[in-house]
Design a protein around this ligand. Structure first.
Ligand SMILES: [Zn+2]
Length: 396
């Protein structure tokens, strides 16, 4: 038993793997996609979550080499296949391969999907309880987690990954148009010329549970507009007007109300365009951070907490407590390296520690650092040295 295991919150064991890749050409479209080709090798891999340091490989001889599993994984650039392959060679694959005797394949785009989801969650974690909230990253990350389609990923025929449920998104996409003649929530509101216009009365959680009105004529006009870019907006408005607390939780109502007000005040949202980085034009972020949209920002923060709970609980559900009689300490039975990464977020005490981006411009990886530590700028000794050498060369 190593000293590391005694200082850790949990340990994880599996095998390293052999990785190469295939290029597949679609015989119909000619499109090329790449997939990983993987197999366990006999070399054991052991990792532990060390308080204040994060998830690390333990018992490794070579020092000086980077050892920051979460940060290195998130840091893999979209098209950098070499970094992706060396990550899996170094730490083993995301999911166990020991039941497969032959090589298995795994789509690169599925690795990217998993990586983006994890990154979005870390982004949301990182802004909590900070004085200067990065609303741009928060907005991109929250919308990314809310509006991405549900996904199941398999190795051969076995499911290894299932995204958290997207029931809310499904309900928004299937919301029906309300007919105002059979709706009891219609009222007459005064017009400038002294007359009245019919409107829906809607309970609005963004406005503190107060009532908001949607003018029926505007509602009908939008529903008749065939512009494709408005199709998601139409669904949001339908869900906004028809939402009932019997179908949606209060958190979910707030999400619908947020999407409604965001779309009306700031920008429409096109789910197909959702990405983790700069989803909108610059002006959208500028408008969002203005004072008059403080209520939207407050709602976004609340939604982000809801997502932390939802995502973590979903991905932690396969992990079971396991008492370790060798060490006489609690431990967890982890099905995969992937679940070890989510469990390391579970152990992130956001009052004590946070993820920071390494200031070495050639690295930019996330690393775990104590919240009170204002000094530590680099993820590892290697990056500290690289930056000081660069400075020294520049001086000369
Ligand atoms: Zn670094």
């Amino acid at each position: 038993m190593t000293k590391d295991a005694f200082m850790s919150a949990f340990t994880f064991e599996s095998f390293k793997c052999e990785v190469s890749f295939n290029e597949i050409v679609d015989t119909y479209t000619g499109d090329k996609t790449k997939e990983l080709v993987l197999r366990n090798n006999s070399e054991k891999f052991r990792a532990a979550y060390l308080y204040g340091e994060g998830l690390k490989e333990i018992g490794r001889g070579k020092s000086g080499e980077k050892n920051n599993i979460l940060g290195e994984f998130i840091g893999i650039e979209k098209n950098d296949l070499n970094s992706m392959m060396s990550f899996f060679k170094k730490y083993g694959f995301l999911f166990p391969l020991n039941n497969y005797e032959q090589f298995v394949t795994f789509q690169i785009k599925d690795v990217n999907y998993i990586k983006d989801n994890l990154e979005a969650l870390i982004n949301i974690f990182s802004v909590q309880d900070t004085d200067n909230i990065d609303y741009r990253t928060l907005l991109d990350s929250v919308l990314f987690l809310l509006l991405q389609k549900e996904k199941v990923i398999k190795i051969n025929d076995n499911t290894c990954y299932k995204s958290s449920n997207k029931d809310l998104l499904h309900n928004i996409n299937n919301a029906n148009k309300i007919r105002f003649d059979d709706n009891s929530n219609t009222i007459q509101i005064p017009r400038d010329d002294g007359g009245t216009v019919p409107a829906f009365e809607v309970k609005d959680y963004l406005l503190g549970g107060g009532l908001n009105v949607v003018i029926i004529e505007e509602y009908e006009n939008l529903m008749q507009d065939d512009d494709y870019s408005l199709s998601f907006l139409k669904q949001i408005v339908k869900a906004y007007v028809s939402k009932k607390t019997t179908i949606f939780s209060e958190d979910e109502c707030l999400i619908i109300d947020f999407l409604y007000h965001f779309s009306r005040r700031i920008s429409i949202i096109i789910p197909e365009d959702i990405s983790l980085n700069t989803l909108f034009q610059e002006v959208v972020y500028e408008t969002f951070t203005k004072r008059e949209n403080d209520d939207l920002k407050q709602a976004l923060l609340k939604i982000s907490k809801y997502l932390i709970e939802k995502e973590l609980n979903h991905f932690l559900s396969e992990i079971k407590p396991k008492y370790d009689a060798d060490t006489m300490r609690p431990n967890w039975k982890l099905p995969s390296l992937f679940s070890a990464m989510y469990l390391s977020l579970f152990y992130l005490d956001s009052n004590q520690a946070m993820y920071r981006v390494c200031q070495n411009i050639n690295c930019n990886q996330l690393f775990l650092v104590s919240k009170t530590n204002q000094v530590k700028k680099y993820c590892c000794v290697y990056c500290t040295n690289a930056v000081s050498q660069r400075r020294y060369r520049q001086k000369k």
